[in-house]
Ligand binder design. Structure first.
Ligand code: AMP
Ligand code: GLY
Length: 421
């Protein structure tokens, strides 16, 4: 079959890598892709958030299946346009993707479904929001309602920080995403991410992961999109997993179906776990980046069958073949990230990396110029490996990261510290 993947990050490189291992795939196109993806698949360039342009391209190239990687095309309704055109697609409708696109919507669904989550209130102007913060006290969490590229959340340890956050959000710093804010009770505990496929009826877990959001070693410094991840997450034992499925995921899916907007795709369930009890932090309507990279490392060729079964409503027939292994990915980022960084530095030392099924150097923000790989983003490479133990996966991933010749880049040295301790 001819397959089109939308996106151009490390997540999409890992999806492409796994899809190509499945003999069902005859031809793979990724839009826009990146320099690493271009080494294994065709890349194409068009506006992936323009549903009409995506349908036109898919029809012209006789695409049989589309996999949508990032949230922006989902929120823009690209899956809806593809469905109208009769093209099988992995990724939820815009109505179902509101579980990621609106924090308030998610909180309302949780309340209706009885899913445990932080207490909350919503505001569309600063004065009542501030009064509420003064009443509740710190720590407290302030969130822009809409999509803000992972930057619309302020976990305030003091009242002053929370009040300043309100001013920032209503000053337009987050555009339309900040026109409404959700203020949440601060939840204490350990975070983990749980990934489930849903076809509108059946829910199938496809793995757990933990990522490191802070830029610096010891989980210090500003938040990023994620500096590394590993799978499985040790804290997600059988009891926590079952509790998350029964108390959070299934009631949410049932509520979405009841509202006439069934969820079909991967649901990224961000959890806070304390004393063995999970509570929902957030949903995302897509795979995480870099969490997808470690999941694909572990799933390999079966990933395509699972994505197809999700799109075609056949998940009840499927199960996941788990190998008893662990995976880790270490993100190499440009100096300055998540603040301002230079583009265009040359990356060497990549030849021969990732030539076994145990390891892969996934690319994120890269492009090629005159036969050389150059950095074009904040998060640039993902040194990703599998092992029989997490330690083995870690050693392989770091061995790859260390041979990369890129003076303008950096990576954290302690990915997985909690699980390895
Ligand atoms: P979100 O974009 O909603 O995932 O928030 C980003 C990060 O902020 C999460 O991964 C958590 O580390 C933190 N966070 C969000 N909401 C809460 C909360 N209610 N209590 C504690 N931490 C939170
Ligand atoms: N790594 C966090 C995310 O993809 O949202």
């Amino acid at each position: 079959m001819n397959i089109l993947v939308l996106g151009g990050g490390g997540r999409e490189h890992s999806l492409a890598w796994a899809i190509l291992q499945n003999p069902k795939c005859d031809r793979l196109i990724v839009a826009p892709g990146n320099a690493g993806i271009a080494q294994i698949a065709e890349c194409a360039s068009f506006d992936i958030c323009d549903g009409g342009a995506v349908v036109e391209f898919a029809e012209a190239e006789s695409i049989d299946f589309v996999v949508i990687g990032p949230e922006a095309p989902l929120a823009a309704g690209v899956a809806d346009r593809l469905a109208e055109a009769g093209i099988p697609t992995f990724g939820p409708s815009a109505a179902a993707a509101r579980l990621e696109a609106s924090k308030r919507f998610t909180k309302e669904i949780c309340d209706a479904a009885g899913a445990p989550t932080a207490g909350w209130a919503r505001f569309d102007s600063a004065a009542p929001a501030k009064a509420y913060i003064r009443e509740q006290g710190a720590p407290i969490v302030v969130k822009a309602d809409g999509l803000a590229a992972g930057k619309g959340v302020i976990v305030a340890m003091t009242e002053e920080e929370a009040l300043a956050g309100i001013d920032e959000m209503f000053s337009g710093a987050f555009g339309a995403a900040g026109a409404e804010v959700v203020i949440e009770e601060f939840m204490d505990g350990e975070e983990a991410s749980f990934f489930v496929l849903c076809d509108g009826e059946t829910v199938l877990p496809v793995g757990t992961a933990q990522d490191h959001k802070r830029v610096g070693d010891g989980d210090t410094g500003p938040n990023t999109g994620g500096m590394g991840a590993y799978s499985p997450a040790p804290i997600m034992d059988e009891a926590v997993t079952q509790a998350a499925l029964e108390q959070i995921v299934r009631p949410t899916m049932d509520e979405m179906t009841r509202r006439g907007t069934p969820y079909r795709g991967v649901l990224y369930v961000g959890l806070m776990i304390k004393d063995g009890k999970p509570r929902l932090v957030e949903y995302n309507a897509r795979f995480g980046d870099p969490e997808c990279q470690v999941l694909m490392m572990r799933l390999g060729a079966q990933a395509l069958d699972l994505l197809l079964a999700t799109a075609e409503g056949r998940l009840a027939e499927r199960h996941v073949n788990w190998s008893e292994d662990h995976a880790m990915t270490v993100v190499l980022a440009a100096d300055g990230y998540p603040g301002a960084y230079e583009k265009g530095s040359v990356i060497g030392g990549l030849d021969g990396l990732g030539e076994t099924s145990w390891e892969m150097m996934f690319h994120a923000g890269t492009s090629s110029a005159e036969g050389r790989i150059v950095a074009t983003g904040g998060r640039v490479l993902n040194a990703t490996a599998r092992g029989r133990t997490l330690q083995e996966a870690r050693d392989r991933a770091y061995a790859m990261a260390e041979v990369v010749d890129w003076p303008e880049g950096f990576f954290r040295s302690d990915i997985g510290w909690r699980a390895l301790a």
